[in-house]
Design a protein around this ligand. Structure first.
Ligand code: COA
Length: 154
């Protein structure tokens, strides 16, 4: 298993992994070609500057996991925060250390960048939350925070 930064040439392999997730009905509804094109467009945008990092875990040519992180400076923090937007491992290979390794790559880069902390959201009804994946990896839950969304018409 190899972990490296993703580029636009990884769009098809990433789209193949995304199509295996049954949590997101809109992903299931779109064709493989649409997913690949969307992922390619997003990878291009994300890699256009130094504000984001996309890591993929590869087994041969197959992408079996990925993590996205957005590096965010804050006026109220002494050093930037890394926001882990997505962390997913293929259902077939969960529990084999891949998620932990992807997080380790993110932590390594965060340290190199001089960040003050990492942040992410984890639904309480997910198995990862119930099995304390992040707590076991040293993350602290912020029980005093509420998470708000403002939905825009689309
Ligand atoms: C959560 C996730 C990224 C962890 O990656 P992983 O490679 O499976 O995890 P690792 O092998 O590195 O670590 C093992 C730990 O992961 C968690 N884990 C293992 N299998 C899991 C599964 N099928 N589903 C959810 N969490 C799992 C457990 O906490 C486990 O520790 P335990 O065996 O002591 O209970 C991965 O299971 C996954 O993609 N789950 C579904 C998506 C998700 O919940 N993502 C996080 C949203 S923020």
């Amino acid at each position: 298993m190899k972990i490296r930064r993703a580029n636009v040439r990884d769009a098809a392999a990433l789209a193949r992994l995304l199509k295996t997730f049954d949590w997101f009905p809109h992903l299931q509804a779109e064709t493989f070609v649409s997913t690949r094109k969307r992922v390619a467009r997003d990878l291009k945008a994300l890699n256009a500057d130094d504000s984001h990092s996309i890591y993929i875990a590869l087994q041969g040519r197959q992408v079996v996991g990925y993590a996205t992180v957005h590096w965010q400076p804050y006026f109220i923090l002494s050093a930037p925060e890394g926001y882990v937007g997505e962390l997913f491992v293929s259902e077939k290979v969960r529990g084999k250390g891949i998620g932990t390794e992807l997080l380790a790559a993110v932590k390594k880069e965060a340290t190199k960048r001089g960040c003050s902390r990492l942040m992410l959201l984890n639904r309480r009804n997910r198995e990862s939350y119930k099995r304390k994946f992040y707590a076991k990896n040293g993350w602290t839950e912020r029980k005093d925070m509420a998470n708000f969304l403002f939905m825009l018409e689309k």
